[in-house]
Design a protein around this ligand. Structure first.
Ligand SMILES: [Zn+2]
Length: 204
């Protein structure tokens, strides 16, 4: 107990300074804040019970060296609500012919495209995460190919975000967005979405 307090003044998982207490499951020690439990080994810690934060479940029953725990960071996957902007709708969806300016709102179970107040055409389209089939960055050429010659794209040599999902009739819909070259932004969105999809599959 003293040992873990000395080694980790802050809990490796929740970073609280509240300290540790003995668990009812000897010889585990428990973080007073997040309630994660470990066994302290000479050269490492073994997580015996996951914290209330739950993202540490993949570490359960594994022994890792002290350095691992010292460098542990909470993953950036704790999505509650996150806005990605600017993301302007260019076209592609059979029910939305007009372009719109707006943003993408990501929630743990859905992705919503919303037009902003100044947008001439209004959109508010929510897609359940499990209906989402693809979220990819594509060059104009590839999109024109996928959508045929009626493609609405004007600006050549540009990259777009293409969102594909299954609608109520189980038909595949595509939506094309201009993300104004903010690729890092879009990459983050894609990583989060793929993580959320994985989580969904796990729960089933
Ligand atoms: Zn803790």
């Amino acid at each position: 107990m003293k040992e873990i307090g000395k080694l980790f003044p802050r809990c490796p998982i929740c970073k609280s300074k509240k300290g540790y207490e003995p668990s009812t499951f000897y010889p585990n020690v428990r973080c007073k804040s997040c309630e994660a439990e470990w066994i302290v080994h000479e050269n490492g810690l073994e997580l015996k019970r996951t914290s209330k934060l739950q993202w540490d479940s993949e570490l359960l029953d594994k022994k890792y060296p002290l350095d691992f725990w010292k460098n542990l960071r909470a993953p950036q996957f704790q999505v509650k609500e996150q806005i990605f902007a600017p993301v302007d709708y260019v076209g592609g969806h059979s029910s939305y012919r007009n372009p719109a300016i707006g943003y993408i709102l990501l929630k743990p179970d859905s992705i919503t495209y919303k037009s902003s107040e100044g947008s001439l055409h209004k959109m508010n389209l929510k897609i359940a995460i499990e209906k989402l089939k693809a979220l990819e960055i594509s060059a104009t050429k590839e999109i024109t190919f996928a959508l045929g010659p009626k493609s609405i794209l004007v600006n050549s040599n540009k990259e777009y975000l293409v969102l594909s999902y299954k609608n109520h009739g189980n038909k595949l819909q595509h939506m094309i967005f201009d993300f104004h070259g903010q690729k890092k932004n879009v990459d983050e969105l894609r990583i989060l979405v793929s993580h959320l999809k994985k989580e969904k599959r796990k729960k089933k």
